[in-house]
Write a protein of this length. Structure first.
Length: 379
């Protein structure tokens, strides 16, 4: 798990103590926020999803368990590690019984703290089924791309609502940066499978030698280096949604393997003698026109017809210029909250300029520009 994607809240009324705890965690690469009061911690938890809270407390003055309940009411997956100078064994047992992951005594050994954090994050991934945790993190980190009044995007939004409740296979086409994965996630989140994993696969990055093991997994001893069983993407997405991005770049071998599974829902992990059934909804995406690719012989015709059940075409940003003010407002609000900055209003002449630009990177380019320069454009 990349430490730079992990957000940790340190709560300590004493700045010196908070600095000691924070320095140990920052050295590993974790993203930190610091609060000096319970009320501030609750506000921060409403603005940013924290994987973990490291809370220093005086067992005689602060109800640590009550704060844990408040923050988990906002972000249920958050784990807690409590540290205290005067806590008792009874306090530690009570905190852990009520859901804290660990309890450390001050002065905290940095190595012990880092190890406790690592184990808490591993436990969090296990309890949250890993992919569900990633989904919740992603849901909190993606602003709305459907803002605006463009007729084409409104039809896309309506179609998402209509097909979400079904298990129909969906093909999403559009240029890079138009929001294909966000659209796929929106379908998943509104479906009956929303409580199960959403697993994304970049098909363009799958070499022939790894396609089968990446998609279907392998068993121990299947090949040199296979020291244990490893689930593939179909197993990880069981009960949920498997999103196959850039499906048009999947190799011929990968297309054949995928077609075989789509025909009967059965697959065999590499090295296994047992067939398994994949209970997944398939959503695919491509920045190429798959019908044209099929005509040119670049994409298997049988697979195209399997995937081409419901097609969603996302327009490039240059074809929804009227949405730019609404998109900018949505992005500014999102990123100001995410980065805990005062809400801004973008200057009108900046919006006018934005509506004249070609935006080759589409909505993604606009979103990234706003996040990087939100203060520069504000009035």
């Amino acid at each position: 798990m990349d430490p730079s994607n992990i957000h940790i809240l340190v709560l300590d009324r004493k700045p010196a103590s908070a600095r000691i705890l924070g320095d140990s965690l920052s050295a590993v690469g974790y993203q930190l926020a610091v609060a000096s009061s319970e009320s501030e911690a609750v506000i921060l938890a409403g603005q940013q999803l924290f994987n973990l809270v490291v809370k220093s407390f005086d067992a005689q003055r602060i109800d640590a368990v009550a704060l844990m309940d408040k923050i988990r009411a906002v972000t249920p997956d958050t784990q807690f590690i409590f540290v205290s100078e005067r806590g008792t064994i009874r306090t530690a047992v009570d905190a852990i019984q009520k859901g804290a992951y660990d309890y450390l005594a001050k002065p905290v050994d940095p190595i012990q703290l880092i190890e406790s954090v690592r184990k808490a994050l591993d436990y969090q991934a296990l309890v949250a089924e890993d992919q569900r945790l990633k989904l919740s993190l992603r849901r909190r980190s993606e602003p709305n791309i459907f803002a605006g009044s463009n007729a084409c995007m409104q039809r896309v939004n309506q179609l998402v609502q209509q097909i979400a409740a079904t298990d129909v296979t969906v093909l999403i086409e559009g240029e890079s940066g138009t929001g294909k994965e966000i659209t796929a996630r929106a379908i998943h989140q509104k479906s009956r499978r929303s409580g199960k994993p959403f697993v994304a696969v970049n098909c363009a990055a799958l070499p022939d030698s790894l396609i089968e093991t990446e998609l279907f997994g392998h068993v121990r001893g299947a090949f040199t280096g296979a020291i244990s069983d490893r689930p593939g993407r179909f197993q990880l997405a069981h009960g949920g949604t498997l999103f196959l991005d850039e499906i048009g770049d999947l190799s011929s071998k990968g297309q054949a393997d995928l077609l075989r599974v789509l025909e009967d829902g059965m697959f065999r992990p590499v090295g296994s003698h047992k067939m398994e059934r994949g209970d997944v909804r398939i959503i695919t995406a491509s920045n190429k026109n798959l019908e044209n690719e099929t005509t040119r012989g670049k994409f298997r015709e049988e697979l195209f017809y399997r995937l081409n059940i419901v097609v969603i075409n996302l327009p490039p940003l240059r074809e929804r210029i009227e949405d730019i003010p609404a998109l900018v407002e949505s992005f500014v609000q999102h990123f100001c909250a995410k980065h805990r900055r005062q809400q801004k209003k973008i200057q009108k002449d900046v919006l006018t300029l934005f509506q004249t630009l070609p935006w080759p990177g589409n909505v993604r380019q606009l979103r990234n520009l706003i996040e990087r320069g939100r203060d520069s454009f504000a009035q």
